[in-house]
Design a protein around this ligand. Structure first.
Ligand code: SF4
Length: 416
């Protein structure tokens, strides 16, 4: 969090210590600045200036500025794609991170940089107020290997640090002028495969002196990685954390279908996953678990699939929950074909029909409008061309044998 710069031999003076707010909550920042002799108020002002005004080099008062500085390396935006919608412009932007961090890997060492992607999705509120949902990445690539996901083609390159995750908010807000209301962890990577950094990043994103995004407005979307789920549930017992949104990518009515498109299901079958979901500490809140279901023609879109899915979700419906209230919501997502996809997008009629079937079975369900398909910024279409051509690591799943190394491409469950 705090780094001591090398001595400036030319001047005979040590370089000032730099403090990076992207990697710290305000309390941690104030403490670190305090260790260097900066009082709490000016330290807090500098932290706020960094996050609220986008001042990357906010000065500390007087001579202290010669001793310590606020400084952050926000990854530069190197590419952008835009798509116009009635609500405004969807913008996918690519930030470039320095290359290999693991010299032991010849494959990784051969790339001088890694690109990560975030997507700004415009929204217009009830009173006509414009804002954005920001979809952030948590990893470069992904190890989960879902068979419908573009990102999966990359394999996992590496996990992002908390600062790199928060840096996506900073770039979106201060370099691309977004008014970020919601944050969804639905970009590249499986957030619960990088759970500590994601928890750290959420702590910073919700900081009242920092980005101040309400916990209610943040959603972590996961395929249900068991160890990460347990860790997140533990974190959600802490004050304020129960308001965090959780979205589970189900995508299948039974184990056979799910295992065929999502390797994670071989490690954590659906019954076990349901127990994990039931342990999310939403008791006493009005939050609902969101279940994502990517509707793929010929894979999971039959009427009997709708009935089976409804049975699976029964404990989270009004008729199956203890208090007679819906505890879950199904989000039906029309499949966005990845590059070289074996499946087409579903017909509009098929999506509406499936929605009707699950609703008839008593499931609280909505369909998600598809945004960003043209710019490959939609669900499952995030991925970096240069990296995707390479296969860096074998796929990895909790507890089970790794599935065979992936050679074909994918597209993803993820769209806010
Ligand atoms: S759908 Fe999500 S978890 Fe699955 S491979 Fe894609 S990014 Fe990873």
């Amino acid at each position: 969090m705090r780094e001591q710069s090398p001595p400036n031999h030319a001047a005979g003076q040590p370089e000032p210590v730099t403090l990076d707010p992207l990697a710290m909550t305000s309390a941690e920042f104030v403490r670190a600045a305090g260790d260097l002799g900066v009082a709490a108020d000016p330290a807090r002002r500098a932290y706020r200036a960094f996050f609220r005004e986008g001042d990357r080099q906010a000065p500390f008062p007087g001579r202290l500025d010669a001793l310590c500085r606020v400084r952050s390396e926000v990854a530069p935006i190197v590419k952008e794609l835009e798509e116009q919608t009635p609500e405004g412009t969807i913008r996918k932007f690519v930030q470039r991170l320095p290359g290999s961090v693991e010299p032991s890997s010849a494959a990784k060492a051969s790339l001088p940089y890694f690109d990560i992607e975030a997507v700004q999705i415009p929204m217009i509120g009830r009173r006509g107020v414009k804002s954005h949902t920001l979809c952030v990445s948590s990893q470069v690539g992904c190890a989960m290997g879902c068979d419908f996901c573009e990102t999966a083609q990359m394999g996992l390159v590496r996990s992002l640090t908390a600062a790199e995750i928060v840096g996506q908010w900073w770039a979106s807000t201060h370099e691309r002028g977004a008014s970020v209301k919601n944050i969804v962890f639905m970009g590249m990577g499986e957030p619960l495969d990088n759970v500590e950094a994601v928890i750290e990043a959420i702590g910073i994103l919700t900081d009242h002196n920092g980005p101040c995004v309400p916990m209610t407005n943040i959603t972590v979307s996961t395929v249900g990685k068991a160890a990460g789920m347990r860790r997140l549930c533990e974190q959600m017992e802490k004050p304020g954390w129960r308001k965090l949104g959780i979205a589970i990518s189900i995508n299948a009515p039974n184990d056979e279908v799910r295992s065929s498109i999502m390797p994670i299901n071989r490690a954590t079958p659906m019954a076990e996953l349901r127990d994990l979901i039931a342990s999310v500490p939403y008791v006493g809140t009005h939050r609902k678990i969101c279940f994502g279901y990517v509707l793929i023609p010929g894979v999971n879109d039959a009427k009997e699939h709708a009935a089976e899915l409804a049975d699976y979700l029964r404990p989270f419906t009004a008729s199956g929950s203890e208090d007679g209230k819906h505890r879950g919501m199904l989000n039906l997502i029309p499949y966005n074909p990845r590059r070289d996809s074996p499946w087409p997008a579903p017909y509009e009629d098929a999506v509406e029909e499936f929605l009707g079937w699950v609703r008839d079975e008593g499931v609280f369900a909505k369909r998600r409008r598809t945004k960003g398909r043209d710019s490959m910024a939609a669900c499952g279409q995030l991925g970096t061309e240069e990296v995707r051509k390479r296969k860096f690591v074998g796929l990895r799943i909790d507890g089970g044998d790794p599935p065979p190394t992936q050679t074909a491409g994918h597209a993803c469950h993820k769209e806010p």
